[in-house]
Design a protein around this ligand. Structure first.
Ligand SMILES: [Zn+2]
Length: 305
């Protein structure tokens, strides 16, 4: 397992977060606690995409994703802490598969930016595709147009065109073919205080919207930090998210699928508004991790909602 660390130098605003190689080491250590670590695919730049599996081999499975978007390091930190908590003996009550970093190339790019003190927006994989627009459900093709900046992020030329998304979809399809039922899914993003449920790609609500709302509300209340819930496509009126992960995990596998926006940084000064890393991530991940992990543990363990 090698994630090829970017050039050395302090991590700047990200100094309290793990670098790519520290993250790889921490995930490796989970093996000693009984977790299974597997490589489910490789990124555009040939970095491994790792999955941590914990818990008894139940038919019901929970999938956890984090790090689809490069700047959202707080989601990766929460996923790592959740993996550690669930690797404790008896903590996982069902089979739980966690992919703490779906987009390692993006993480490496942000790490290099931090070491070079560059304030840069980063939203895509190594070839300009927003991975959370590349899943099959409601997919709409769009090529990356880098000259348009944030408006030019691609969706990919076809669903699953990106190896990172293909690895996730292949894993869930394989689980299902093996008799598993992917009944819960969780994707960790930032920034905001929102728990979102499907759909993002269409205005219609899923048939089991009531169960999604109950589960989302339960999480929002447990976070106790001003969290609210929304159907993804109704959060920002008119802003649809075709090809997003929770839509796909719900439609293809029937999972009760939630997206948690782990809260970002609070701008301490107007200058911070120009610093993408600070906007997406609190300076210290610990308070967010401590607040979110217990509630997320209940959800991924299949607690009734
Ligand atoms: Zn995101």
């Amino acid at each position: 397992m090698s994630w090829r660390e970017p050039p050395t130098g302090g991590l700047g605003d990200a100094s309290r977060y793990p670098s790519l190689s520290e993250l790889a080491r921490s995930l490796g250590e989970l093996r000693d606690r009984g977790a299974t670590l597997s490589t489910i695919g490789t990124s555009v730049e040939h970095r491994p995409i790792l999955a941590v599996t914990v818990g008894p081999p139940t038919r019901d499975v929970t999938l956890v994703l984090a790090g689809l978007h490069p700047l959202e390091w707080i989601g990766v930190a929460v996923a790592l802490a959740l993996s550690r908590a669930l690797a404790e003996p008896g903590a996982a009550r069902r089979r739980i598969v966690i992919i703490p970093l779906v987009n390692p190339d993006g993480y490496a790019r942000v790490e290099a930016d931090q070491r070079a003190r560059r304030r840069a927006l980063a939203r895509t994989n190594a070839r300009g595709v927003d991975l959370n627009r590349n899943f099959p459900t409601s997919f709409e093709p769009r090529r990356a147009r880098p000259l348009l900046g944030p408006l030019g992020w691609g969706h990919g030329t076809r669903a699953r065109s990106e190896p990172e998304v293909d690895a996730v979809c292949a894993l869930t399809d394989t689980l299902e073919r093996g008799g598993a039922r992917l009944s819960r899914a969780l994707s960790l993003h930032s920034a905001g205080r929102k728990v979102l449920y499907p759909y993002g790609g269409r205005l219609a609500a899923p048939v089991d919207a009531a169960a999604h709302r109950r589960a989302a509300r339960r999480l929002a209340r447990a976070f106790d930090d001003g969290y609210s819930i929304d159907q993804s496509s109704r959060w920002v009126p008119g802003a649809f998210a075709p090809g997003m992960e929770i839509d796909h995990l719900h439609d293809r596998h029937g999972a009760l699928a939630l997206l948690v926006e782990c809260r970002g940084g609070r701008p301490a000064s107007p200058r911070d508004l120009l610093d993408p890393f600070r906007l997406f991530n609190p300076p210290d991940p610990s308070p967010v991790v401590q607040r979110l992990v217990p509630a997320l543990t209940d959800f991924v363990n299949g607690a009734p909602c």
